[in-house]
Design a protein around this ligand. Structure first.
Ligand code: SIN
Ligand code: CO
Length: 379
């Protein structure tokens, strides 16, 4: 991606200027970010997605009884009529299921893939919205169809209303408000208070959502992965290489139940040794960040007879670092020419005939395996 070129998507800023000036710092309103916007997915197809078991969807209504939330799958019959005001349908991860939406999301790859989450679509009838709230992550709100009024505020008071099935701010103090028309876009940094209300019916807003791991759960996940990898390595290690605790200097004790401090030190060293492997944490992170989203199942593919070109499945997650390539929760060591090829695949999400020319037998075999797993498709 050309990061220094001014982009209509960012209101004439280059990706690099946007990241410096706005990313995680301040909102940006862009008129006609996507000029002459034609929504790649129609209302009917969106409603059909909400009916599917493997698609995360929610129906939100506001009425006399307050906020009502229903989780999907949502049969078409369970949606209110289009004329009824004040309801919203949210469909998560539409990029995983629809090629046009997936392609739209690719325009946001000036942000690292490790930070991009998914594209959620909200469909709202007149006056529909999900209430004033804040999100923990950055978001690009692209108006795809109809109009929506956004009110935003940089408030400190982020207390929520109690006993409401949604996150609704107790006190919303909007500072600015604008109506977005098709093709307009609003970027908001994390924890920026906002509320979007459909103006007129048939309103579709695309939320390009980011993800950012929280330190404590990430740490727990990585520790579990490192422990599992160590346990596997131990199973393969010959028993006679085990290093047992030794205590030739242990004096006789009067308090036999007390744990010897030397044993505690030995245990601490054993744990730290498992973490000292410089690759262990990097590998655990790469595997964790490329775990497919929940409810993603790949259909078994076939080993192609010859590879002339390949494209990653929409649902495949790939990342890399200096020594590895990570794909759908697995890691592979790669170096030299093979590493270059795999990085190209990860960045372009596809390889052409020219890219594959001169690929090693090992690399071709690996790509063949990934085709068989349904992670990659031969062109
Ligand atoms: C919506 O599009 O209705 C909700 C998106 C958001 O506020 O983050
Ligand atoms: Co929001």
């Amino acid at each position: 991606m050309e990061i220094h070129q001014p982009l209509p998507l960012l209101g004439g800023l280059s990706a690099s200027q946007f990241m410096r000036r706005h990313w995680q710092k301040k909102p940006l309103l862009v008129r006609q970010a996507v000029p002459a916007m034609v929504p790649p997915i129609e209302r009917q197809s969106l409603f059909a997605l909400a009916e599917r078991e493997e698609v995360e969807s929610r129906l939100i209504r506001y009425g006399k009884a307050g906020w009502i939330l229903r989780h999907g799958p949502l049969p078409r019959k369970s949606l209110p009529s289009l004329k009824q005001p004040e309801w919203t349908l949210l469909v998560q991860g539409v990029d995983l299921h629809h090629q046009g939406v997936h392609e739209l999301l690719q325009q946001f790859r000036f942000v690292p893939d490790a930070r991009l989450d998914d594209l959620m679509i909200s469909y709202a009838s007149d006056g529909g919205g999900v209430g004033p709230h804040f999100d923990s992550y950055d978001v690009f709100l692209l108006q795809a169809q109809g109009s929506r009024r956004w009110s935003i505020g940089k408030q400190r008071d982020l207390r929520l209303q109690p006993e409401v099935p949604l996150k609704i701010l107790a006190q919303f103090e909007p500072e600015q408000s604008f109506v977005l028309e098709p093709g307009d876009m609003l970027y908001l940094p994390p924890r920026y208070a906002h509320e979007g209300v459909a103006v007129g019916g048939d309103c579709m807003t695309y939320s390009i959502g980011l993800r950012a791991p929280a330190a404590a759960p990430l740490g727990v996940d990585l520790l579990a992965r490192i422990a599992e990898a160590q346990a596997e390595a131990l199973e393969d290690a010959p028993a006679n290489t085990a290093l047992h605790y030794r205590d030739p200097a242990q004096p006789a004790v009067e308090a036999p139940a007390a744990i010897p401090p030397a044993l505690q030190a030995f245990a601490r060293d054993a744990v730290l040794a498992a973490l000292r492997d410089p690759d262990a944490i990097d590998r655990a992170l790469g595997e964790s960040m490329t775990e497919p989203k929940p409810k993603v199942w790949f259909d078994q593919g076939e080993q192609p007879p010859a590879l002339t070109g390949v494209a990653l499945d929409r649902r495949t997650r790939v990342l890399y670092d200096a020594r590895h390539i990570y794909i759908n929760g697995e890691s592979f060591r790669a170096s030299g020419r093979d590493a270059k090829l795999m990085r190209l695949l990860a960045d372009q999400r596809a390889l052409g005939t020219r890219d594959l020319r001169g690929a090693s037998e090992d690399a071709l075999a690996l790509l063949g395996d990934w085709c068989e797993a349904g992670w990659l498709h031969a062109k």
